[in-house]
Ligand binder design. Sequence first.
Ligand SMILES: C[S@@+](CC[C@H](N)C(=O)[O-])C[C@H]1O[C@@H](n2cnc3c(N)ncnc32)[C@H](O)[C@@H]1O
Length: 240
Amino acid sequence: MKAVVRTNFDDSVSAYDAYERQTGRFTALARLLAAEMAARADGPFAAVLDAGAGTGVSTRVFADRTQRTVALDISREMLRELESAPRVAADFDHLPFVDDTFDGVAFTASLFLVPDPAVAAREAARVLRPEGVVGAVAPLGWVDADGEDVFATLERESRSPVGADEVEAALDDAFTVTAGTWRFATTAADVRRFHAIPAMAARLYPNLAAEERVAKAEELLADLEGTVEQRWRWIVGVAE
Ligand SMILES: C[S@@+](CC[C@H](N)C(=O)[O-])C[C@H]1O[C@@H](n2cnc3c(N)ncnc32)[C@H](O)[C@@H]1O
């Protein structure tokens, strides 16, 4: 499954950048997460691991607020886009760092992409100093103006490898956590842009090849109109 996720993101660089330029969504998520993490850090918030850094959207946000932010991602193609920070191509289930290296570990829209988030949660706890902070955001989906799940209305399931509840439970086992929901008012056009990213279209059509899955997602969403709310769960935990 990880090889599939890596290939999906390797194929997604230009569409990901286009979506981010248009919406700024991942920048917004990283800013909100950084604020929640910094507010709970007891002691310095100077060295941060951006776990699942992608093209560096979240890395730039954390780098602006810390002395040193290290970007780590399993997709070399995504990571290649980032030139301004130290980069490591690795799996966040096996972090190539000694114990107590970081004040914070941030999973901005990444921890739901592994088969078992508890593995990465334990790794995050290992590389964090005592009382360091972990943060994660995980998708809760899209809701239309009538409060209905957009994809249920379209009779299609939009599925992450693991759900937000599972991400929260994994972090809750390793940290003392606080969690909440962020809601973004957005448009049907942005839902289409999001699913023009091959890795996101895989939420709808995981078994199709990249181009075909994006085309099917475009077809599915063609008639969607109006305002749509996008929801994300945030979870912040403090290490023992
Ligand atoms: C939705 S992107 C988010 C990127 C970035 N944090 C941002 O805010 O734009 C998720 C990233 O997590 C990475 N990822 C998924 N599984 C991973 C793993 N096991 N180890 C490291 N990175 C992983 C993907 O390659 C992808 O770049």
